[in-house]
Design a protein around this ligand. Structure first.
Ligand code: ZN
Length: 158
């Protein structure tokens, strides 16, 4: 599948290393016949707070346990890859999420499907930086400060 304009825009807001890794996952998955696309990437604190309020202080169902600053999406270090079938997003549990997860791990990403909370569309790259440190760096210097440390760690690892 050719990336849509929207997908390219979402991708472009993420840390460059994550951009490369997520692109790999999508291309590889598509190559294996899995119709996966990037559903969501960067999320502001404000948007996370809003999503957190759904099913709690606002009507709806609970979609997340992460308030602003508690999700890697807030630091542009996470992306959700979802199946796109017949023009619609689908989170059907019968789809081969584990195959998607395996490709992500092959690319050096952490997969949310391995967590107790089981967030199967979720992939992240943190270079070993904790959420606490991410929040602190963000407070001091915004996304740029978080990204700088991620890149440094990445370069040390490779
Ligand atoms: Zn996610």
């Amino acid at each position: 599948m050719i990336p849509t304009e929207l997908e390219r825009r979402k991708l472009s807001k993420l840390h460059p290393i994550l951009q490369t890794k997520l692109s790999y996952v999508i291309i590889r998955a598509n190559g294996k016949g899995l119709p996966a696309r990037l559903f969501e990437g960067y999320r502001t604190y404000k948007r996370s707070d809003y999503l957190y309020s759904l099913g709690r202080t606002l009507p709806g169902i609970i979609v997340t346990n992460a308030k602003g600053g508690y999700s890697r999406h807030n630091f542009a270090l996470a992306g959700d890859i979802v199946f796109f079938v017949n023009g619609r997003w689908t989170w059907d549990y019968r789809l081969p999420w584990d195959r998607l997860g395996a490709i992500g791990k092959e690319a050096g990403l952490t997969w949310g499907g391995d967590w107790k909370s089981n967030d199967r569309p979720h992939f992240q790259y943190t270079a070993g930086i904790s959420r606490t440190l991410s929040r602190q760096l963000y407070k001091e210097g915004g996304l740029e400060a978080v990204w700088e440390v991620v890149t440094e760690n990445y370069l040390e690892e490779s």
